[in-house]
Ligand binder design. Structure first.
Ligand SMILES: Nc1ncnc2c1ncn2[C@@H]1O[C@H](COP(=O)(O)OP(=O)(O)OP(=O)(O)O)[C@@H](O)[C@H]1O
Ligand SMILES: [Mg+2]
Length: 239
């Protein structure tokens, strides 16, 4: 590897090389990803758009180590995640990645505070430390007065803000969001978008965000458009 390539690698959060993913259901094969190459720099905020079925969520799941590619390599922060054991992958996911989905996926039996501190509990963090950090994060997303509420006692926008606080709890290197504002009204959606973009900058987080909303995609400095399991175009991202 020459010096330039090494310098580029140092600033790359995520490198995808010839990533394919096929699913076989009842002998029917779906090629969800057909050779994706992407290099996403550390700290960049990237939108992924494209028609339904283009492979956006599949790609996000593979980057997020929730699924493995059929072929190809995925490297995050210099680590080849596609080759790690399941146990190492779980630990990596807990420490380095944060997820936000369309529905907040909060644990219904737990309070907002407990939901936010959960990744810390899983990582073995001491209770009081985790509580203090979760409280500060809930404050930062404007929910300081809702720490004891359970998800069912929060509005959709508030639940999504709890999910954002939870995703940021471990100070992830990479934040992955799949239609994070898809279930929200326009004003709440805009407020959540502002919050996500602001937090990504403050925490220097690489953010990859799948959306059908052209306004949201337009607010992201880098943009990837997918079609039929391939990258159709990429702005601010190398192929
Ligand atoms: N677990 C799975 N098993 C079988 N096929 C799957 C699975 N997950 C996705 N697919 C197929 O792979 C293709 C890509 O799906 P994917 O969910 O990535 O699309 P998407 O771009 O996120 O679409 P949408 O905008 O509707 O969310 C689709 O044709 C889908 O049916
Ligand atoms: Mg999807």
């Amino acid at each position: 590897m020459n010096d330039n390539a090494q310098a580029r690698d140092g600033s790359s959060a995520i490198i995808l090389t010839d990533v394919t993913k096929s699913f076989v259901i009842e002998s029917q094969r779906v090629d969800a990803l057909r050779g994706v190459n992407l290099r996403i720099d550390r700290g960049s905020c990237v939108s992924i758009t494209g028609r339904s079925g283009a492979g956006k969520s599949t790609l996000l799941h593979i980057i997020g180590t929730l699924d493995r590619p059929s072929a190809g390599n995925v490297s995050i922060a210099g680590i080849e995640v596609s080759r790690m054991s399941d146990q190492a992958t779980s630990k990596f996911r807990n420490r380095k990645l944060g997820f936000i989905f369309q529905s907040s996926n909060l644990l219904p039996e737990f309070s907002a505070l407990e939901n936010v501190m959960m990744p810390g509990v899983i990582a073995g963090m001491k209770g009081p430390v985790a509580r203090a950090r979760a409280g500060a994060l809930l404050d930062s997303v404007g929910l300081g007065a809702r720490v004891s509420h359970r998800p069912a006692e929060l509005s959709g926008g508030e639940q999504q803000r709890v999910a954002i606080a939870r995703a940021l709890f471990m100070e992830p290197e990479v934040l992955l969001a799949d239609e994070p504002t898809g279930n929200l009204d326009k004003n709440t959606s805009l407020a959540i978008q502002d919050l996500l973009l602001e937090l990504a900058v403050v925490h220097k987080t690489t953010m990859i965000l799948v959306t059908h909303d052209p306004l949201l995609a337009g607010r992201m400095p880098s943009r990837v458009i997918m079609e039929d399991g391939r990258v159709l175009s990429a702005t601010g991202v190398s192929l």
